[in-house]
Design a protein around this ligand. Structure first.
Ligand SMILES: [Zn+2]
Length: 119
């Protein structure tokens, strides 16, 4: 497929996969619920387990994240990041449940991608 090489060159995750993850997360930040429209910034993908801690680019390690949350978390380990959100008044129980559901959806996505590649 001719698009393949272009997608590889355009970044560490294909645009199609990135957009599929955003859609599966209702195009809103898992942490704060911000969207592109109300944050005025493009959505990003956040690594649950940070790259520096060995986290990979598989969809099950990625969350839709607004620019603000991503740049404020940076490489903070998830437990510490959640404590920080909690101190700032966020509903961390709700956030944890959104993360768990997103991981489940993204894992199903991985299975579909693997099946498509094998076909
Ligand atoms: Zn956010």
């Amino acid at each position: 497929m001719p698009g393949g090489a272009t997608q590889m060159a355009s970044g560490w995750i294909s645009r199609t996969t990135r957009e599929t993850i955003y859609r599966s997360d209702a195009e809103a930040c898992i942490y704060c619920g911000a969207t592109e429209e109300n944050s005025g910034m493009p959505l990003t993908l956040d690594h649950i387990q940070c790259r520096v801690a060995g986290g990979g680019h598989a969809p099950s390690n990625l969350l839709t994240c607004c620019y603000h949350c991503n740049s404020s978390r940076q490489e903070t380990p998830m437990p510490r990041w959640l404590r920080r959100l909690e101190k700032a008044g966020a509903d961390v129980v709700a956030i944890k449940s959104r993360i768990a559901l997103a991981v489940r959806r993204h894992r199903a996505l991985e299975t579909r991608i693997a099946a498509a590649l094998a076909a």
